[in-house]
Design a protein around this ligand. Structure first.
Ligand code: PEP
Ligand code: MN
Length: 696
């Protein structure tokens, strides 16, 4: 019999009857009770006077005293419960399990209790009831969960040093953010390749470091977990070991992120209970991985349980990714399964990729070729916004952050200076201004090629445009500094840009129908072009290449927007000069060189015997109010003048920004040097792009 009486906002339950019925009542009474301004608020169901509760979670107030905690412990224990204390996200909690009689509202009134909930879920730490917001797991700085899709890729097994280095470079190039590879392979047959063991893990680590990717590898025994701990960024617990409870307890106690695969015959509840083992042992960072379950269907290796994704999302706050490779076991079916997983809300995938799948020592039949993986990445990138997410790509702008620079004026590795474009390019004019008319130079087909030439040592210096006084920053080049942490800014130069309309000798204004230039050239001559509305524009990598292309054809319909030097270099005629909208049109170029540890080589022509008086920095801020202000305050308090502040979105991390800052270094450089440590402490990432002499 179930009786209830209602008085005001409170409802009171009593019950008599069978044990089963009582359990049903216990479950239906599960709910949150919030303490609010001294009163009680019942959420998500009803509550009763003292009744049997098997599991409950008490979330403690942030400022709770040790004394108040002790009162709670004693209160709960005296009523027949075992307690566990845990930190979950930002919250300290006491979990209690038992078969006692307890009135949750009384606990809610104890000092230091933020809220209390009875839960019918046996996996309370993993449960979304306990922690409503998504957990974001960080693996060596790479985030999994929330609004991003993170891709783990690599071979089934590490087979040799060369194989893993090659695969790492291949998957990195396509945008994978974490490298996988089995060193210990749990194989169905004892005669199959068992993995290279510790040696394999060393190779995996080397490959990860070389490509700047964190690594994940499977651990198969509690003893091995200890020795693998310092080598891997994330442990994988394989499907076959999902219920190896001793392994779960040991790995969970090591505090490293864990990727827990679903057992081939495990229910979702069993899987979440295994997650609970890991969380109860101490780790907070668990990612679930659906990898297909065993069904009556034998066409595919397993059956991918797509519905597990939304179910886990509802039941748990932890991220879930999918392994399409082991789910389907057939190469051609891997990509469709991966895309379905993303569409269903997965936080990422882990996928097997091999440079030569036909020669793979394990799981070659389900490993993707490099070009298939590249295609899959593009498809995931296109699909991500449909589910409100963004593919995480190359998100480690500051792998090798450098915070100090020592200037050297000794000879660079090569005399040559790289610039982007053909002869006559504005960059070449800037180069001649900085290094002299006769300076040895090399043309590069793109800005990236300039960075590559300097990094490889083929060029001692490079020169690239970074901003224009009319059209603003050239973001492509700012982004390149993040991709090339070993390249530093070592000088700067401002060049006035006078654009000309350039064409063949026989051409005239009325013969022109197509204009070629760099998009910045069009933007800076907008008014002139508006007066010729019938002209079509064609974008080129740089202004001088546009001129060169016309010189090669001799076509009278073509014209280019470029500098006078380009017209001269390619023997063409200037139809109009000074066509830029605003005569105050300046482009700022920076000279780049390769870092040598913390040292960077400065061209003596730019610095002479003077001190550097300008620095370029980049940092991102932590996600809390006032962080940018605090960073800038560090500069202003020291009287350091800011000459530029600009924000850029961080690629692959939606709505997060990097701040580019230029500052003037004061007379006494130690004032600037002393600001670096506090800035590093305050900002989330801090990278000193260079210290150099400002141009006039
Ligand atoms: C693996 O990812 O290498 C693996 C063995 O997968 P599973 O444990 O899912 O079979
Ligand atoms: Mn495999």
């Amino acid at each position: 019999m179930l009786c209830f009486a209602s008085s005001g906002s409170q409802t009171r339950f009593t019950f008599e009857g069978s044990k089963d019925f009582q359990q049903i009542i216990d479950k239906s009474l599960a709910g949150f009770i919030n303490r609010k301004e001294g009163g009680l608020k019942v959420r998500n169901g009803a509550s009763g006077w003292a009744h049997r509760i098997t599991d409950m979670i008490i979330v403690l107030a942030k400022d709770i005293s040790e004394h108040a905690k002790e009162i709670i412990r004693t209160y709960v224990k005296e009523r027949g419960y075992h307690i566990r204390e845990q930190v979950l996200g930002e919250d300290a909690i006491i979990g209690a399990t038992g078969k006692g009689q307890i009135d949750l509202r009384e606990i809610g009134l104890l000092p230091g209790v933020e809220r209390v909930s009875a839960t019918a879920k046996p996996y309370e730490l993993a449960s979304r009831e306990t922690k409503p917001e998504d957990t974001i797991v960080s693996v060596g700085g790479i985030a999994i969960g929330g609004a991003r899709i993170s891709i783990i890729a690599g071979p089934c097994a590490v087979e040799s040093r060369a194989q893993i280095l090659e695969t790492a470079a291949l998957v990195r190039e396509s945008g994978a953010v974490i490298l996988r590879g089995g060193a210990y392979k749990p194989r169905t047959s004892p005669y199959a390749f068992q993995g290279l063991g510790m040696e394999g893990l060393e190779y995996l680590k080397e490959a990860g470091e070389r490509e700047g990717m964190p690594i994940v590898t499977e651990v198969v025994s509690p003893e091995l977990a200890d020795s693998m701990k310092d080598l891997t960024d994330m442990f994988q617990i394989g499907a076959r070991n999902m219920q190896n409870f001793e392994l779960l307890k040991r790995v969970g106690s090591l505090g490293k992120p864990v990727l827990l695969k679903r057992g081939p015959s495990a229910t979702i509840e069993e899987w979440l209970l295994s997650v609970e083992y890991l969380l109860a042992a101490g780790t907070k960072d668990v990612v679930l991985c659906e990898r297909g379950i065993r069904t009556f269907e034998t066409y595919t290796r397993n059956t991918l349980d797509i519905s597990a994704i939304p179910v886990i999302k509802e039941l748990s706050h932890l991220p879930i990714i999918v392994d399409p490779s082991h789910a389907v076991g057939i190469r051609a079916k891997v990509a469709p399964a991966a895309l379905a997983a993303i569409a269903a809300g997965a936080d990422g995938i882990t996928v097997e990729v091999h440079p030569e799948p036909d020669k793979a020592l394990s799981d070659g039949q389900q490993s993707l070729y490099g070009d298939q993986f590249e295609r899959l990445m593009r498809d995931i990138e296109a699909l991500a916004p449909v589910v409100g997410k963004e593919l995480l790509r190359t998100p480690r702008p500051h792998v090798k952050t450098s915070t100090t620079l020592v200037l050297q004026t000794e000879k660079p590795v090569s005399n040559s200076i790289a610039f982007s474009g053909e002869s006559g390019a504005y960059a070449e004019q800037a180069l001649m201004r900085a290094f002299g008319e006769e300076a040895p130079r090399m043309m590069a087909p793109s800005f990236t090629a300039v960075f590559d030439a300097v990094l490889d040592g083929k060029a001692g210096f490079g020169i690239i445009p970074v901003e224009n006084s009319l059209t603003g920053s050239i973001h492509e080049n700012y982004d390149l500094f993040l991709r090339y942490p070993d390249i530093a800014i070592t000088g700067e130069l401002k060049l006035r840009i006078i654009h000309c309309l350039i064409a063949c000798e026989q051409a005239a204004l009325d013969s022109i129908s197509i204009v070629r230039s760099h998009p910045q050239g069009f933007a800076q001559c907008r008014e002139f072009l508006n007066n010729h509305p019938t002209w079509k524009t064609e974008a080129y990598n740089d202004t001088a290449s546009a001129v060169a292309s016309i010189a090669r054809t001799g076509d009278l319909n073509l014209a280019a927007i470029a500098g006078e030097a380009a017209a001269r270099a390619h023997g063409l005629k200037i139809l109009r000069s000074g066509i830029e909208t605003n005569p105050r049109n300046y482009t700022r170029f920076v000279i780049i060189s390769r870092r040598n540890g913390t040292a960077t080589i400065v061209p003596s022509s730019l610095i002479g015997d003077k001190q550097p008086n300008k620095a370029s920095l980049v940092f991102s801020v932590q996600d809390r109010p006032g962080c940018l202000f605090e960073c800038l305050k560090i500069l202003s308090e020291r009287g350091i003048n800011l000459s530029k502040l600009e924000s850029r979105p961080i690629q692959g991390q939606p709505w997060q920004y990097l701040f580019y800052v230029d500052v003037n270094i004061p007379e006494n450089p130690s004032v600037f040097n002393d600001a670096i440590e506090p800035l590093k402490a305050q900002a989330a990432n801090f990278h000193l792009l260079g210290v150099y002499r400002a141009s006039a």
